[in-house]
Design a protein around this ligand. Structure first.
Ligand SMILES: Cc1cc2nc3c(=O)[nH]c(=O)nc-3n(C[C@H](O)[C@H](O)[C@H](O)COP(=O)(O)OP(=O)(O)OC[C@H]3O[C@@H](n4cnc5c(N)ncnc54)[C@H](O)[C@@H]3O)c2cc1C
Length: 446
């Protein structure tokens, strides 16, 4: 084991119709009775629309929010620099379309695979030996979870890891809440094991959300148009929206399982039992960002690095780990997730910011508050159109992703991060899932 680097998680370690396409004018106008109606203008919905249009199909994308991108969202208003409220790392397998697009459109990419990490213990920088113990815990947690999945066990990761181990809480907080958006007691060993190897891991100076927005520019999207009902009983589909009913040959649903579980969209006839059970077994996990802006003081920390500290082994631990000074911006981006993430975000922005600042203060001293400018807490937990960050399979129900992915009849299709095997939970996975489903639809409707 190399004692100078944390063995990064599977995500950050194991590691057609694209950028140049100009949409034909007919594809940019909104047809009233299209071939296909796509619900949701996130990564999956936009890529599905592009693929369908490339095949000459008429499409309407209906989007509840007032912007495209969904959980890919870069904004400059809060801090005056690009801030990704949702996804920020272009991650996944090799040859990701988003990397090609970002390069083609001259976005600045930073390979973040070998990011360094500062580890603090009780307000002091960890010694080499302590870091070594932390990496060991991290590796043991990962290998125990993977080994269970490899054996075909689909149980909670919490039930297969070593009982007592130094840094167990810190390692679990990274792998569980920060990566998979759930604690080890809610992390399926099979889901963990089946997750795809990560070969790509880039940050984007202008924001990943900005790349997704550019990808969707000019597509026929109807904003501010929540869908409330899908009738898929006859031939074709009939989709009720806030702006009227759209009839089409087929429909692709890309909304989160949070939205499906909350039954914000009614189906008629009701979805079959297996589909409902799959949705129920894919509840949303939570990853939230608490971004802290400082006045330019860097506290001796490097840019684009991780800042981690030892937390209690009692789970859920109160962990908020940070990315320091991305692209040299005066920001520390804190991450909270899992059960503690839900609890802290429920207390509101002020409490969450104060908590994050307090954790930084414990590491770097009381000067921290003097240099603090402003903070921001993302609202994915309360956003009605997401209801969390991304879907995590309940232990024992690994098959839920495949079940949700099955189309109903030749007209009701599903896409999105929840079913983007093996790159579920990821924006690039959602893109591929939209593209794949669009090809199935093209085959189905002819
Ligand atoms: C804090 C955070 C950090 C993340 N970090 C990363 C990362 O670094 N890298 C990575 O790859 N992934 C990351 N992700 C995950 C990634 O953002 C998602 O997997 C991906 O963006 C999901 O795309 P999607 O198209 O499946 O869903 P969405 O983006 O949610 O798109 C679905 C769309 O449907 C719309 N909608 C919902 N209900 C309705 C309705 N009734 N009618 C009409 N429209 C509706 C929504 O408004 C939304 O626009 C992160 C997510 C979060 C929240």
């Amino acid at each position: 084991m190399n004692a100078t680097e944390r063995p990064l998680s599977r995500r950050s370690f194991l590691s057609g119709m694209l950028a140049t396409t100009v949409l034909p004018l007919w594809a940019q106008s909104i047809p009233s009775n299209p071939d296909v109606v796509v619900i949701g203008a996130g990564s999956a919905g936009l890529s599905a629309a592009r693929t369908l249009i490339a095949a000459g199909k008429s499409v309407v994308v209906v989007e509840a929010a007032n912007r495209i991108g969904g959980r890919a969202y870069t904004e400059n208003n809060t801090f005056g620099v690009p801030f990704d409220q949702g996804c920020s790392w272009i991650m996944g397998g090799s040859n990701l379309p988003y990397v090609k697009m970002a390069q083609e459109w001259h976005f600045d990419l930073l390979n973040h695979t070998d990011a360094g990490e500062a580890l603090f213990i009780d307000g002091e920088r960890a010694s080499g030996a302590q870091k070594g113990a932390y990496y060991k815990a991290y590796s043991r947690m990962e290998s125990a979870t993977s080994a269970a999945g490899r054996k075909g066990l689909d149980v909670a990761a919490a039930s297969v890891i070593p009982a007592e181990m130094e840094f167990a809480g810190t390692a679990q907080s990274w792998i569980g809440p920060m990566d998979f958006a759930v604690d080890f007691k809610n992390l399926s060993t099979m889901d963990y094991y089946q997750y795809g190897a990560i070969h790509t891991n880039y940050m984007v100076r202008q924001g990943f959300g900005a790349v997704v927005k550019r990808m969707g520019a000019g597509l026929p999207v109807q904003l501010n148009t929540p869908v409330s009902r899908i009738d898929w009983g006859g031939s074709g589909v009939s989709v009720e929206t806030a702006a009227g009913t759209i009839r089409a040959k087929a429909c692709i649903v890309t909304v989160s399982t949070g939205v499906l579980n909350a039954e914000l969209i009614k189906f008629s006839p009701v979805l079959p039992e297996q589909k409902l059970s799959a949705i129920n077994n894919l509840p949303m996990g939570l990853l939230s960002k608490i971004a802290l802006q400082f006045d330019g003081e860097k506290f001796g920390l490097h840019r684009n690095q991780w800042l981690t500290y030892r937390v209690s082994n009692e789970m859920p631990a109160e962990a908020c780990f940070f990315l320091t000074w991305p692209f040299d911006f005066n920001l520390m981006i804190g991450f909270i997730g899992g059960q503690f993430g839900w609890q802290l975000t429920a207390k509101g922005t002020e409490v969450a910011i104060d908590f994050a600042l307090g954790e930084v203060e414990k590491m770097l001293g009381s000067d921290v508050r003097k240099h603090f400018v402003r903070g921001f807490l993302t609202q994915w937990s309360h956003n009605p159109w997401t209801q969390g960050a991304y879907a995590a399979v309940r232990p024992g129900h690994y098959g839920a992703r495949a079940e949700l992915a099955k189309p109903l009849g030749d007209r009701l299709f599903f896409a999105g991060e929840a079913i983007a095997t093996p790159y579920y939970q990821l924006c690039a996975g959602a893109y591929t899932s939209g593209e794949k489903v669009a090809h199935e639809v093209i085959k189905s409707i002819g």
